[in-house]
Design a protein around this ligand. Structure first.
Ligand code: BEZ
Length: 239
């Protein structure tokens, strides 16, 4: 084979893997990940650099929504390859000087990991050298209460993430777990859910013994049922 190999071999955790363990310093003290977060969902996310505009809008948005994520038993943990003093200075600037889409005086209360060595960023495949060799891309890892990676989202440096979608995906994951169903395209609480055939979609529905009450099938492979928004949100928010 005379084709040049240009892809570096990097560690890339995958959906279903145990979240790789690490210890780190953060703006809220030392953490031992994911051990310290056992029993709750965690969103571990990276941003390219402190004191950059897109990241600033992302931090303001995520911080403003933090209570919503916490109410769904989910903690937020940020990371960039900057040091602790840079993080602290940037977060102070955000609080004291920044205003964006009506948000101002925004205090970032979740931990922001310092990762000057890039050890954690490399462990989680956040450094993607053909995008940038010295900055993390915008990665998002959803880790469940057992420490398993359940969803991964990657965005490039130049496009900020949609935090409503990050919240929707969290509620969808939790609803899938709680009710043994799968979530169709663009699902939101209150929309019909998919009752999957046994063994598909990673959920353990079993319809071999007859059709469950309330299940409607359009085709043998496409069955849905209703779960009200109230039922979904009561189940998720009480945990
Ligand atoms: C930003 O957050 O604005 C940004 C960071 C790195 C590269 C490009 C944009």
């Amino acid at each position: 084979m005379d084709q040049e190999v240009t892809q570096a071999v990097v560690s890339m955790p995958r959906i279903g893997d145990k979240a790789p363990e690490f210890k780190a310093k953060t703006t809220q003290g030392d953490i031992n990940f994911p051990t310290d977060y056992k029993g709750s969902w965690t969103i571990l996310f990276s941003h390219p650099a402190d004191f950059t505009p897109v990241c600033t809008t992302e931090f303001m948005t995520f911080s403003t929504m933090e209570d919503k994520f916490n109410a769904a038993n989910c903690k937020l943990v940020g990371l960039s390859v900057d040091g602790l003093y840079s993080h602290i200075a940037w977060l102070r600037t955000i609080k004291e000087k920044m205003e964006y889409k009506g948000m101002k005086d925004v205090e970032v209360n979740f931990p922001l990991i310092e990762d000057i060595t890039m050890n954690v960023a490399k462990l989680y495949g956040m450094i993607q050298p053909n995008e940038d060799t010295t900055k993390a891309v915008r990665a998002v890892f959803y880790v469940d209460p057992e420490g398993i990676i359940r969803t991964i989202v990657y965005y490039p440096l130049n496009v900020g993430r949609n935090f409503d979608e990050l919240y929707r995906a969290l509620i969808a994951l939790q609803t899938s777990d709680a009710f043994g169903v799968a979530m169709p395209a663009d699902w939101r609480p209150g929309d019909d859910v998919i009752v999957p055939p046994a063994g598909s979609c990673g959920v353990a529905a079993d319809r071999m013994g007859g059709r469950e009450e309330g299940v409607e099938c359009k085709e043998w492979f496409f069955c849905t049922k209703k779960i009200s928004e109230e039922t979904v949100m009561k189940t998720i928010l009480k945990k």
